[in-house]
Design a protein. Structure first.
Length: 359
């Protein structure tokens, strides 16, 4: 994807925020790139060392010279199991010249802050970002470095999300990573541009929209973002608890933050329209609730019927082309009831929290 400027970038706008800090176990020169390193891989993690170990194994098997890159694991919830995992791999790779560094992040929360801690301590001019649950292809780093060879600010790699023939709603939602323009599960950024733009906005405390925010910020700073098609990572869908979609509605608040910072790019790139079906469900429920106390039976029954029909339609939409097991059907039926209300609540919460008109 080629970028285009959309106006001047105010790096000290009303949406600025203080940055967190990290306490590195392996201290390096964070002020200037190390002359012998080409690229640094930054991996945020949070208390899943077994999954992290699989990712690190793939990163250690790159077809890139071992002494030309480093791996920085940024632990957003420092625990001994993760530290031990990284130290074990670091010792195993030290003999071939690959440095694996463990960075406990104690003053931030969320992947945005963890990634900031990583790239600021990195010692190379290029930064590669991936997640702790990905499997980078052996040619991943080589392809990413080649994509930035002509001076682009950033490159977006290819993300593959394996799915069964009939995925669950959660699995289908996760597969959206394959269609994302720019996702930090597979991205390469010139360190100079990260320094200029101050990296990630740490108010994005969940793994949602922080990568689009960086993309838009780089674009507005005049940076070119290219595609690195041959830089491939496989992103398996990790297991999720029953009803996970209810908790995921909290992420809607960060749509408001992204819109407040980049309204034009949000409309053109995200294309996230107001959830009209959700608002219709809310209005029907309110009509039913108000009709009873007011003694208006027609309003109460009409509202209740409208709520039921709209909610059932929402459930049917979510099941279209999805897993038809009884367990999944039950999950969709149950979660379709609270989701519209929770989604609207968190959207409005974000609008108030980040002081932007956003419906």
């Amino acid at each position: 994807m080629s970028s285009s400027a959309s106006g001047p970038l105010d790096l000290r706008s009303d949406f600025g925020s203080p940055r967190g800090a990290a306490e590195p176990i392996v201290r390096g020169c964070a002020d200037a790139p190390h002359s012998q390193l080409d690229i640094s891989v930054v991996v945020p993690t949070y208390r899943r060392p077994a999954m992290l170990a699989v990712c690190l194994d793939a990163l250690c098997q790159q077809d890139f010279p071992a002494d030309r890159y480093e791996i920085l694991v940024c632990d957003d919830g420092p625990d001994e199991a993760t530290r031990a995992c990284v130290e074990r791999i670091a010792q195993a790779q030290a003999g071939r010249g690959l440095m694996v560094r463990y960075i406990p992040v104690t003053r931030t929360q969320g992947p945005a802050g963890a990634r900031n801690a990583g790239w600021r301590l990195a010692r190379s001019p290029l930064i590669a970002f991936t997640d702790d649950d990905t499997l980078p292809d052996p040619r991943w780093l080589s392809a990413g470095v080649a994509a930035l060879a002509q001076g682009a600010a950033a490159a977006a790699g290819t993300i593959v999300v394996p799915l069964p023939p009939l995925p669950t709603d959660y699995e289908a939602d996760a597969s959206g990573l394959e269609r994302a323009e720019f996702a930090t599960a597979n991205a390469f950024v010139a360190r100079s541009f990260l320094s200029t733009t101050d990296g990630f906005d740490e108010r994005f405390t969940a793994a949602w929209r922080e990568d689009s925010d960086l993309q838009f910020t780089l674009m507005r700073a005049g940076g070119e973002i290219v595609r690195a098609i041959d830089a491939v990572v496989v992103h398996p869908v990790r297991p999720a608890r029953w009803g996970v979609s209810i908790a995921q509605q909290r992420k809607s608040q960060f749509d408001a933050l992204l819109y407040g910072k980049h309204p034009k790019l949000f409309r053109n790139r995200i294309r996230a329209r107001p959830p009209l079906l959700y608002y219709a469900i809310l209005c029907a429920a309110l009509a039913a609730l108000m009709g009873g106390p007011a003694g208006n039976a027609a309003l109460a029954s009409g509202g209740a019927l409208g709520w039921f029909v709209l909610t059932a339609s929402f459930c049917v939409i979510r099941l279209r082309g999805r897993d038809r097991s009884w367990r999944h059907i039950a999950e969709m039926a149950w979660t379709s009831i609270p989701i519209p209300f929770l989604s609207i609540f968190w959207r409005l919460y974000g609008a108030v929290r980040f002081k932007v008109f956003f419906l």
